[in-house]
Design a protein around this ligand. Structure first.
Ligand SMILES: Cc1cc2nc3c(=O)[nH]c(=O)nc-3n(C[C@H](O)[C@H](O)[C@H](O)COP(=O)(O)OP(=O)(O)OC[C@H]3O[C@@H](n4cnc5c(N)ncnc54)[C@H](O)[C@@H]3O)c2cc1C
Length: 400
């Protein structure tokens, strides 16, 4: 029987803990989370969208785990009565160039196994989204919205029901020993021996890898803040569902989109601005140490040099709400600054290679008895249950 430690109480750590706590070969599962509550970072600060795999390169881990992930997440929500809505998404091309990209995207979606993709004619589009203007619009009927906070609360419940433990306010940064027999963790209170450790540390996945394995992470996380604006409540009728632009193939960030949240609010965003602090949620959040670390990383310097216009455009959209809204106006020309109030913000853990490439696929590594989720960008929340199953099948096979 194995004792397992999970580092990180975001949706991925909780999903893994939930699945492990159901195995007969596992005697105990303990989740360590440094904050006072679970889900305070990416998992509690995202768009709340259930993505079904339209965008991802066929054959990538993302394409596989998002298709499996949305199906598993939706059945989890149905089983546990978690409110969600498969409201469908409309992807909107506004130029001839985007029209071509949309067609390529639809082909990619078919290859990834998506069902029911359909171009909307003008009448159909106007019925769904009367304010949207498009040259061409693709309906992705399998996508939807959910509260990932509600999903996490249910996961915590289930972990506890199965005898698992959630230790909040506990940061894990040290191991006493780690080898092919197990890991001895040093928490701030005591030393504890485990048979396995799984780290899902989100924005600190690289740091945690370095500290716990005493090796150097093969990738570096660079934080990109995503800011949202909220529609004033009396204007919620302007967006009915999910309205997305055709993404720029060069950037994995999906572009400023309109989202209906599960509580009925409507938001627009997020942009993608370099953040001066990994877990810093406003324009003035700053950590000298983390900024120095990012800005001296050759991969980020190369990325900024090669993508100067993109970086400046996003920065401008953070400083000026007009620049932000200009991006959204491409899809809904009627939107104006005075329709919005400031919304939430999240910070994406974006892995960048030393060559300056944005690493888009999920990345998981096993070292002795430690498994590290190094890169889990969007749609990591949608895919969390499928990622958990994949990790157990591929990296912790001996526990099955
Ligand atoms: C702006 C934004 C929008 C997004 N939109 C969507 C979307 O609509 N749909 C979707 O599917 N995905 C979306 N994503 C992506 C999704 O949110 C992430 O893929 C997912 O939340 C990653 O989960 P995680 O558990 O790996 O990370 P996190 O939620 O960041 O959790 C990591 C946890 O580890 C803890 N931790 C770190 N270091 C330590 C340590 N040393 N000791 C103890 N605890 C530690 C942190 O406190 C944190 O709670 C979005 C992300 C962002 C930022």
């Amino acid at each position: 029987m194995s004792k397992i430690a999970i580092v990180g109480g975001g949706i991925i750590g909780l999903a893994i803990a939930h699945k492990l706590s159901q195995l007969k070969t596992v005697s105990s599962v303990t989740v360590y989370e440094k904050e006072k509550n679970v889900g305070q970072h990416q998992s509690g600060r995202n768009s709340g969208v259930l993505h079904c795999g339209l965008y991802y390169k066929p054959g990538s881990l993302k394409s596989l785990l998002s298709v499996q992930g949305i199906r598993e997440m939706v059945s989890f929500c149905r089983e546990h009565d978690i409110s969600h809505d498969i409201c469908g998404k409309v992807v909107v091309a506004t130029t001839a160039e985007e029209e071509k990209s949309l067609e390529a995207l639809a082909k990619r979606g078919h290859k990834n196994g998506l069902e029911g993709l359909k171009y909307l004619n003008n009448d159909e589009l106007q019925k769904r989204e009367p304010y949207v203007r498009a040259k061409k619009a693709l309906l992705v009927p399998e996508e939807g919205i959910v509260s990932y906070k509600a999903v996490m609360l249910k996961l915590v419940d289930l972990i506890k029901q199965n005898g698992g433990e959630i230790c909040t306010d506990t940061k894990i940064e040290k191991v006493k020993s780690s080898n092919d027999k197990g890991v001895v963790l040093i928490t701030d209170k005591k030393e504890v021996a485990y048979d396995y450790l799984v780290s899902c540390a989100g924005l600190y996945s690289d740091h945690t890898f370095n500290k716990l394995t005493k090796e150097s992470s093969p990738l570096k996380i660079v934080p990109f803040r995503g800011e949202y604006l909220m529609f004033k409540p009396e204007l919620n009728h302007i967006v009915n569902h999910l309205v997305y632009p055709v993404p720029d193939a060069k950037y994995p960030f999906l572009g400023v989109h309109f989202t209906r949240l599960i509580d009925g609010q409507r938001e627009v965003g997020p942009n993608a601005v370099f953040a001066f602090k990994r877990e810093g949620y406003n324009t003035f959040s700053f950590s000298a140490k983390e900024t120095f670390e990012s800005l001296t990383y050759p991969g980020l310097i190369r990325f900024m040099k090669n993508n100067f216009a993109f970086s400046m455009g996003e920065l401008k959209s953070s400083m000026s709400s007009s620049a932000f809204i200009d991006k959204a106006r491409k899809m809904i020309p009627e939107v104006t600054n005075d329709m919005f109030v400031k919304g939430n913000a999240g910070v994406r853990a974006q892995a960048i290679s030393t060559k300056g490439e944005l690493l888009m696929d999920f990345n998981i590594i096993r070292k002795d008895r430690q498994v590290h989720v190094l890169n889990a960008p969007s749609p990591g929340a949608t895919s969390s249950l499928a990622i958990a199953k994949y990790i157990i099948d591929q990296y912790l096979e001996e526990l099955k």
